[in-house]
Design a protein around this ligand. Sequence first.
Ligand code: NAD
Ligand code: TDX
Length: 339
Amino acid sequence: MTIIVTGGAGFIGSNFIFYMLGKYPSDRIICLDKLTYAGNLSTLAPVMENKNFRFVKADICDREAVYKLFEEEKPDVVVNFAAESHVDRSIEDPEVFLRTNIMGTAVLMDACRKYGIIRYHQVSTDEVYGDLPLDRPDLFFTEETPIHTSSPYSSSKAAADLLVLAYYRTYNLPVSISRCSNNYGPYHFPEKLIPLMIANALNDKPLPVYGEGLNVRDWLYVEDHCKAIDLIIRKGRVGEVYNVGGHNEMRNIDIVKIICKALGKSESLITFVKDRKGHDMRYAIDPTKISEELGWLPETKFEEGIKKTIQWYLDNRSWWEEIVSGEYKEYYSKMYDKR
Ligand code: NAD
Ligand code: TDX
């Protein structure tokens, strides 16, 4: 099989490429990535020499470049991870989110229609469902939960999902969508909660917790997400949405305390800062459909996953130190200095 993986120089896409090349050594994987601030070619160094892997630097919105790649590679499957992915950045400047997340998805699907594929898979998010109240722990997102977005990021992802389903109905394009909860693990860009707190704690810098830190996220180890996508593209039904989540709800403040403890740092580093605008309170996925239909279950317990993740950041300091010492510095001071 030949698979185009877009956004493979980012967090989840790179983990997916490593997983797939390991599990299916004779499949061909082509990574198409624009290498935005979030894409890092050094992340893909371990597979660059693999004869079944090719890296192509291109924008998913660049129709000509995308069509050329499809003509050259004749992919069987496309898995679209490429996106602007950070909620805080979308609040500062929504436009690029609309361009990449919506228009880019349309260009990729147009290429799929033109050249023919077995499956187009859209990597979406639980954020398209909006949020759940803290006082209703009995409520979960199912695939039938209405789309009800809060941020420009989640709105752009929801728009893309609707477009994917429209291409299925209108053009009969063989699509699938996964809506996953918060991932964590190696190669997570240090603007996101867990890697940001690990990096700051290791540098003895304040740990900026939004609001009171009571917001709840449903954390899933990244490899479990990769396994779910692999199952969906091979065995999932065309035209379907699959929710992916770990039944692992945690408050932000508790995550930050776990990181302090694991690194032997004082909780006095925790600093409560101004809340995120429109901040979603709670995400919680009901993964019954993917479990019953495809036999998927999360395998990595949080205690084990967070340990592995922290160890990875300790063992790979140069990977994130290079990031936090570059243009990220400007981003950090813009977002946090006066917060
Ligand atoms: P990321 O920001 O780490 O990586 C995004 C990648 O896409 C980068 O390599 C970047 O260079 C590339 N990219 C951005 N714009 C592009 C463009 N126009 N053309 C080509 N490449 C482009 O993101 P991530 O956390 O790995 O998320 C991957 C996908 O999974 C996204 O679609 C996101 O919405 C979704 N998702 C993420 C999470 C999470 O917890 N991180 C959870 C659920 C869903
Ligand atoms: O400095 C911080 N302090 C803080 O309290 C940051 C960066 C975050 N937070 C809070 C906000 C959220 O409640 O931590 C929680 C997690 O924040 P993020 O890591 O930014 O993730 P989230 O907004 O939940 O979105 C993530 O999960 C769903 C991904 O970034 C999305 O791409 C994915 O779709």
